[in-house]
Design a protein. Sequence first.
Length: 304
Amino acid sequence: MENKNNVTEFILHGLTQDKTVAKMCFSLFLIFYAIIILGNLLIITTIKTSEQLNSPMYFFLSYLSFVDISYSTVTAPKLIYDLLVEKKTISFVGCIAQLFACHFFGCTEIFLLTVMAYDRCIAICKPLHYTNIVNKHVCGWLVAASWVGGFVHSAVQTLLAIWLPFCGPKEIDHYFCDVHPLLKLSCTDIYIIGVIVAVNSGGISLSCFVVLVVSYAVILVSLRTRSSKVRLKALSTCSSHITVVVLFFGPCIFIYMRPSTTFSADKMVSVFYTIITPMLNPLIYTLRNEEVKNAMKKLWIRKV
């Protein structure tokens, strides 16, 4: 079919059609978004100003917080605004831009979480060689690779969608422009493209999740020969990371491992990796980490 596009804007169905529920969700998600911004900014500020938090783990954590702010900002403000308006529209260009940004920051976060698991694996399994293996130069390259990987993944997703013909309907059953709901609106056969999307998005999510599981399995095996104090400290750090991984990767695998198929539950599941996980990351990484809490106390005392 000739690439023909008669659509200049899309209509989003939003998170809910119930006006009472929408008003409740507006207040709730506004609070969530404020927590995301303030919590992650606090982590970034604490790490950048603290001399104690200079290990690679905190270097990666500061970038994870930055990605969380960016990732949630792509979807949360539009979601919050649309909860109060009757007609939820987004231009074709805005939709494609949101699609690109969502997958760019989302995939970058996946790679950063995988890098953080690698960092913990080396730190616990090879503590004597840790500073030589994961030095500043290596940390910089790993972060750069995460950004490049996210960009390449997102570029593929966006190019697959932008060249499809859209000739109506133009209603997207979602609260943001994601790849599967957008593909459903194309007036051509999308089976092959759906498979490519599943391999691209779902394959990355699943393969990184497997790497993470293997990394933590190696860590657990390595801890058997360590003292109880070392085991408790390592497990405390790793349990925070595992919590984030489960909350982020579970919904991603559920959404993207199927080719061009959507379920009614997809919108609620998407809330977990676009809003809930970025909101919980600051709490998870601070409440279970004494070093970060102490650094925050010192930062607060200096400000006061």
